[in-house]
Ligand binder design. Structure first.
Ligand code: CIR
Length: 259
């Protein structure tokens, strides 16, 4: 299977209701929505500067978490599996994304009783890992298999440790052939010698979630060792402030669908 690299990024704007997004730590200071929007805009600008055609869908006030668009679809080889997000309050996010993707990729819906958040799906070369988490159930593994096995992918399931939201909180694959893995994560040591693995120190685990475009990797700001290890692999590193997105359990991959 020969696949061209992504040329487009689909993002979704941040509603005022983002102040009530899921995943906030009780007692933590309130989210600064204006600052979150500035961070989101910097993310969009970074993708655009790297040559992607960026489209930002309008926010929906009824959907506080809608900016975390990654959870609504899994896209590979020109095909999108539209998800059924694990959180009930997020299920309606999918429709606007489906409409935006229609025509650009083929579409398939996830059927009941499968539940899946895109943040639990990590593609590494021709293997797709599905993290079993509080949001993604075992039935979804069959759904991912049905969608992507005919397109040349092997699908494997992997447990997501209790207390963490998604598989991609632990690992990402920003560049073909390279994985970024948090030390001690369920995927630490799971990859074969054909892949380059950059291990992220435990104290920097949040930085294991990265986005790559060509030989450039977006990394959350404030994780110098991870940035240094990626540079040592010959990659360009762009750091982005994620403070207000992290407050609702968001990280870099969550904010876009690349295709
Ligand atoms: C949620 O709890 O669903 C959102 N507040 C955060 C989703 C983050 N998405 C991702 O990591 N793919």
């Amino acid at each position: 299977m020969i696949e061209s690299p992504p040329t487009k990024a689909l993002l979704r704007a941040i509603p005022d209701s983002y102040a009530d997004a899921l995943g906030q730590v009780p007692g933590a200071p309130p989210i600064d929505v204006a600052r979150a929007r500035a961070q989101h805009a910097a993310y969009a600008a970074a993708l655009s500067a790297l040559g992607l055609e960026v489209t930002v869908l309008p926010a929906d006030e009824a959907l506080p978490d809608c900016c975390f668009i990654e959870d609504t679809a899994v896209i590979a080889a020109g095909h999108a599996l539209l998800t059924r997000p694990g959180a009930v309050s997020r299920r309606a996010e999918v429709d606007a994304v489906a409409a935006a993707l229609d025509g650009a990729v083929t579409l398939q819906r996830t059927r009941v009783p499968a539940l899946i958040d895109g943040g639990d799906v990590l593609r590494v070369a021709h293997t797709i890992y599905v993290g079993l988490s509080a949001r993604t159930n075992g039935v979804s593994v069959g759904a991912v298999q049905e969608a992507f096995w005919p397109r040349g992918f092997i699908v494997r399931s992997v447990p997501v440790p209790f207390g963490t939201l998604h598989l991609k909180c632990h690992a990402s694959s920003p560049v073909p052939g390279l994985v970024v893995v948090a030390e001690g994560s369920p995927l630490d040591g799971a990859f074969g010698p054909e892949l380059r693995a950059v291990r992220v120190p435990r104290a920097e685990a949040y930085a294991a979630n990265t986005v790559g475009v060509g030989e450039t990797v977006l990394v959350a700001a404030g994780y110098p060792e991870t940035a240094a290890r990626l540079r040592a692999e010959g990659l360009e590193v762009v750091t982005l402030d994620m403070s207000e997105l992290a407050r609702a359990d968001g990280s870099l991959t969550c904010l876009s669908l690349l295709y």
